[in-house]
Design a protein around this ligand. Structure first.
Ligand code: AGP
Length: 607
């Protein structure tokens, strides 16, 4: 969703802001703008479209050493040049960029209108510069603090004033903001990717904090103006992680990174001597883990699919009742919280509003909530009671791929840990560990099916609808395959339990509706074969993903992609990867914007 970047220091701000916004493109946006302090005033441009469109209209003369920039994803007000950020006060002395939603903007706007303020945009954000101007008496930080006391809603903001050169004031409540500490230069951004080219030293802001930055450093205070001491963290990954490095797009790169990212997730998390999982970050003793009677997982989208796989594993091998629920549902229902239930919030970004608020609601009721997050230092990572980072590295493509396989890798280690404290014998544990450790290599082998998958994608990508079908652990994989196809190719696709199609969806089957079957050599293979025959009998084209050497599947399906043989519990890794490739090649063939599909944002920080 919306992105913020700000810079003050000896270099020219314009280029740094535009490059920073370029790095934030992956979050999803529809318009962008920048403003710099120049000749005692403010000089800004904004427009709808891509960062390159904005770059094309930035005048050469627009130089300055301090400025802020923004990518907007429309919520209040259409996609227009005027609604793009920055927004200015009436005298054009104050500029604000804002992520989040000002919930009481109607009342604030009415009040400001009554004071004679004329609004230029339809956004909620524009109330901020006018409010700040109302309180401004020569101290921008003070004016921002006073204005924010009147604001209800969520925000991450960066503000500059023409009369206060080389100063940016930022504030956070519900929308992430990070301060970058450089040498004689400082940055502020909604996401570290926007500043990694300049510094790896960062300070994560908490809700309710206000920062004032100048090239010499920063001061952090709370809304009551009390000083807050902050620690400076070091980012452990480098610029290469957020560049395409020879791949056509980030999604392709991230799909092909999976052998390494899964290995990275598993690294240090398997105790080979006792054949169990090691997850120190859970912050729970063995006795506490033994006392867990139920596991509940909350998440959204792809992370929810990972949660479904996690719940299945935990229940089937650790024998602990487990389920996964949409965070957007849980946050608004009066859920029962029990003291012996362990909760997980699963999220790549660590900023998804639904998951964050579901976690807060659970914690308010006294639940222990663990996070499974990819983004280090993200809000959910910091507010959870413990958890595990997925260590998949920055995921830039909007469609989540490597984060998903790393999320499930965490669940495989957690399920092992819990199972080995209960029913699983050490010899079964050894078998499990051996299979789990073989996953990265088997994923690498699966990726060699690339050309075959591309051929099939080319042949079928003009279909209007697809069904993705699987059972057991393959059911969430089917949901994930359908979601991938929908979000990047815009082809309608439904994921179903293969056992459910006879209860309705089979009515959709005809010669033009392909069914994608996930039918590896697991305990439900026979059942899925029967479901395949039901489709075949109705002339539906079948694309099957099965274990290599499975002649029976090959004799029924129209197209077959084989995956390597592995212990049956671990097929979710090997079945997911070809579906990611299938979606990718369909989108490519259809000429879609693979990394930034329409209407989508990488990190959904609004409801
Ligand atoms: C994944 O491809 C999607 N773009 C989306 O469903 C995503 O998984 C969802 O928004 C949750 O995001 P999170 O993992 O960052 O919380």
């Amino acid at each position: 969703m919306c992105g913020i970047v700000g810079y003050c220091g000896p270099k020219k701000a314009t280029g740094i802001l535009l490059d920073g916004l370029k790095r934030l493109e992956y979050r999803g946006y529809d318009s962008a703008g920048i403003v710099v302090q120049k000749d005692g005033g403010l000089d800004g441009v904004k427009r709808t479209g891509k960062i390159n469109d904005l770059r094309a209209i930035v005048p050469e003369a627009m130089t300055g050493n301090c400025g802020i920039g923004h990518t907007r994803w429309a919520t209040h007000g259409g996609v227009t040049d005027l609604n793009a950020h920055p927004h200015f006060d009436s005298a054009n002395r104050i500029a604000v960029v804002h992520n989040g939603i000002i919930e009481n903007y109607t009342q604030l706007k009415a009040h400001l209108n009554a004071e004679g303020v004329v609004f230029r945009s339809e956004t909620d954000s524009e109330v901020l510069p006018h409010l700040i101007a109302m309180y401004y008496e020569g101290d921008l930080e003070k004016a921002v603090r006073s204005a924010l006391r009147r604001v209800k809603g969520t925000y991450g903001i960066a503000v500059i004033h023409a009369d206060e050169p080389m100063r940016i004031v930022g504030a956070r409540n519900g929308s992430p903001l990070v301060v970058g500490v450089g040498e004689n230069e400082m940055l502020i951004a909604s996401d570290v990717t926007a500043m990694i080219a300049h510094t790896k030293q960062v300070v994560y802001m908490e809700d309710g904090e206000i920062v004032s930055i100048t090239p010499d450093g920063f001061t952090m205070t709370d809304i009551e103006d009390k000083k807050v001491n902050k620690q400076v963290d070091e980012i452990t990954w480098d610029l290469g992680s957020i560049e395409k490095e020879g791949f056509a797009c980030f999604m392709e790169k991230e799909i092909f990174e999976q052998p390494e990212t899964i290995a990275q997730t598993l690294s240090g998390r398997i105790d080979a001597e006792y054949a169990t999982g090691k997850l120190g970050g859970l912050n729970m003793s063995s006795r506490e883990l033994l006392g867990v009677k139920r596991v509940k997982i909350v998440a959204a989208g792809t992370s929810w699919h990972a949660g479904l796989i996690g719940a299945h594993l935990i229940e089937s091998i650790a024998r602990i009742p487990a389920n996964a629920e949409f965070s957007s549902e849980l946050r608004y229902r009066n859920c029962v919280v029990e003291s012996d239930t362990l909760y997980f919030a699963v999220t790549q970004s660590g900023e998804t509003a639904d998951t964050l608020y579901a976690m807060r609601e659970l914690k308010r009721k006294g639940a222990r909530v663990l996070g499974i997050c990819n983004v280090v230092g993200s809000t959910i990572a910091r507010e959870s009671d413990g958890g595990a980072y997925t260590h998949a590295g920055p995921e830039i493509a909007v469609a989540s791929t490597k984060a998903f396989t790393s999320q499930i890798a965490v669940f495989y280690t957690f399920a092992l840990l819990m199972a080995r404290m209960r029913d699983m014998s050490i010899s079964s544990g050894f078998r499990y560990v051996k299979a789990l450790q073989s996953v990265p290599e088997k994923v690498r082998e699966t990726l060699t099916r690339r050309d075959e998958i591309q051929r099939i994608a080319k042949k079928y990508c003009h279909a209007r609808d697809f069904l993705f079908l699987g059972r057991g652990l393959m059911y969430p994989v089917a949901l994930e395959g359908a979601l991938k196809l929908k979000e990047i190719s815009y082809i309608h696709a439904e994921g179903y339990s293969a056992g459910e199609i006879k209860h309705g969806p089979i009515a959709l089957i005809n010669e033009e509706t392909p069914s994608i079957f996930l039918v590896p050599a697991d305990e439900l293979r026979e059942k899925v074969l029967s479901n395949m025959k039901e489709i075949k009998a109705r002339n539906g084209p079948i694309i099957a993903f099965c274990t290599e050497g499975d002649e029976e599947v090959a004799s029924i399906a129209d197209e077959v992609v084989t995956i390597p043989r592995i212990d049956e519990l671990f097929y979710p890794f090997l079945a997911t990867v070809p579906l990611q490739l299938f979606a990718y090649f369909c989108a490519l063939e259809l000429g879609r914007d693979v990394d930034q599909p329409r209407n989508l944002a990488k990190s959904v920080t609004v409801e």
